[in-house]
Each structure stands twice: as structure tokens, then as C-alpha cells.
Design a protein around this ligand. Structure first.
Ligand SMILES: CC(C)(COP(=O)(O)OP(=O)(O)OC[C@H]1O[C@@H](n2cnc3c(N)ncnc32)[C@H](O)[C@@H]1OP(=O)(O)O)[C@@H](O)C(=O)NCCC(=O)NCCS
Length: 200
């Protein structure tokens, strides 16, 4: 895996690349590709995500999203990334290391989505590995948590492949697709990632 500095903002997290994929902070120039991919994947993503606001795919909403992302990065509270194919720069999906807790926690929560046309090719497994490398090696977190509804087989597989361990079951944990749904809870520790997972 290689780190490279993006030229546009000193405070922006470094881009990350590995195995033909690149993770970097979302930018305004990503709007067209992002909106098209989300629209084309709406039915695929809807069962697994919070309800989308009605203006979600508009440019003003995307600008607000980017402002929120910048604030969160500045506050060290969340690190959003888009996932691209390195060969042609195609946007494939997104990941967020969110709810960063410092102090005695040193933990974050990972979420992710893939455009429907790009799913099933191993991209998100690499994306999650890259995000975990960043979380453990650069942010120096100790623990990454993730949760998914029990019937989300693809998401569970991604977590298992990266080495996350199932730790529990949380009732009515998140409001997904308009319903408060039970979730499986997973976590990965820095020591496990370093010991068990090859670099992306
Ligand atoms: C979950 C998601 C991000 C995975 O992305 P991806 O790029 O397809 O993931 P990968 O290709 O790296 O791995 C997917 C794994 O799930 C497996 N899988 C996918 N659908 C499956 C199914 N219905 N039954 C069994 N296995 C399934 C794939 O075979 C693969 O495992 P393998 O490598 O052992 O064969 C993507 O499916 C997605 O965006 N889903 C909708 C949104 C979502 O679920 N977000 C996460 C919420 S917690």
C-alpha cells in the first residue's frame, strides 16, 4: 500500500491506494459520477441504508455534504472516502470511518456502499482493508467497529474476509430503510489487523 499527498489541501487526509484501487476524500468534481452511480444503484442500496432525503442527489445537497465532511475531518470525528478504480478513475463506491472516539476509546465505526454495477468483484474488501490501514496506522486507532443487519450476507462476508470478529447482537440498533432493525456487531483490533491481514 502506498500513501500519497493530495495537492489541494494540507489538512485533507492522504489518498490511499492498493491492489488497483484508490481511496480519497470526496470532492466537488466527483458530483456527476457520484449522483449517477447512486441513482443507478438506488434499488440495490435502499434496503441497507438510512432513508435518502428527497434532495439527496442534488448538487446543493452534495455541497452541504462536502462541507460537513470537511468539518468532520477538521474535528477528527469522521473520515469519509470515495473508492475509485485506479486504472480509469471510475468511482465505485464509498466508505466512512465515522464516530471517531478518542480518549480511552480510540475507536471508530466503519460504513460502506458499492455501486451495483461494481459489486461482487472484491473491490469493497480492498477498500475496507485500505480504510483499516489508514485508521490503525495513520489515525492510530485501536478498534474499528461495524454493524450490519443479520441477512446482509455480502456485508458480513466483507467484514469476515478482512478479519473482523463478530462480537454481539444489538436490538433495534439503527433505522435502516425506515425501520429500526437489529444488527450484528463486528470489530477489528489493530493488533489483529497487523498480525493476520496482508497489506492491501
Ligand atoms: C456490501 C457491499 C459493500 C460489498 O461490496 P462488494 O464490492 O460486492 O464486496 P466484495 O466483492 O469485496 O465481497 C462480497 C462478498 O460477499 C459475497 N456475496 C455477495 N452476495 C452474496 C449472497 N447473496 N450470498 C452469499 N455471498 C454473497 C461475495 O461472493 C463475496 O464473498 P467471496 O469473496 O467470499 O466470494 C455491497 O454489496 C453493497 O454495497 N451492498 C449494498 C449496501 C450495503 O450492504 N452496505 C453495507 C451496509 S452494512
Amino acid at each position: 500500500m502506498a500513501f500519497f499527498r493530495l495537492p489541494i489541501a494540507a489538512e485533507e487526509p492522504p489518498g490511499l491506494r492498493g491492489k488497483g484501487f484508490v481511496l480519497r476524500t470526496p470532492r466537488l468534481e466527483d458530483f456527476d459520477a457520484w449522483a449517477a452511480l447512486r441513482e443507478a444503484s438506488r434499488d440495490f442500496l435502499k434496503p441497507w441504508e438510512p432513508v435518502w432525503p428527497s434532495d439527496d442527489l442534488t448538487k446543493p445537497a452534495f455541497r452541504r455534504r462536502l462541507k460537513r465532511y470537511a468539518r468532520e475531518i477538521e474535528d477528527d470525528s469522521a473520515y469519509p472516502f470515495f473508492l475509485f478504480r485506479e486504472a480509469d478513475g471510475a468511482l465505485l463506491g464509498g466508505l466512512t470511518l465515522g464516530m471517531v472516539r478518542r480518549g480511552v476509546s480510540q475507536a471508530a465505526t466503519l460504513g460502506y456502499w458499492m455501486g451495483q454495477q461494481h459489486a461482487g468483484a472484491g473491490a469493497m474488501t480492498t477498500g475496507v482493508r485500505l480504510a483499516c490501514s489508514y485508521a490503525f496506522e495513520t489515525l492510530r486507532l485501536r478498534r474499528i467497529e461495524a454493524a450490519c443487519v443479520p441477512y446482509n450476507i455480502a456485508s458480513t462476508r466483507v467484514l469476515e474476509k478482512v478479519g473482523f470478529q463478530r462480537e454481539g447482537y444489538a436490538r433495534q440498533y439503527l433505522c435502516i430503510d425506515g425501520l429500526w432493525q437489529d444488527h450484528l456487531l463486528f470489530a477489528l483490533l489493530r493488533a489483529e489487523f497487523a498480525a493476520d491481514t496482508p497489506s492491501p
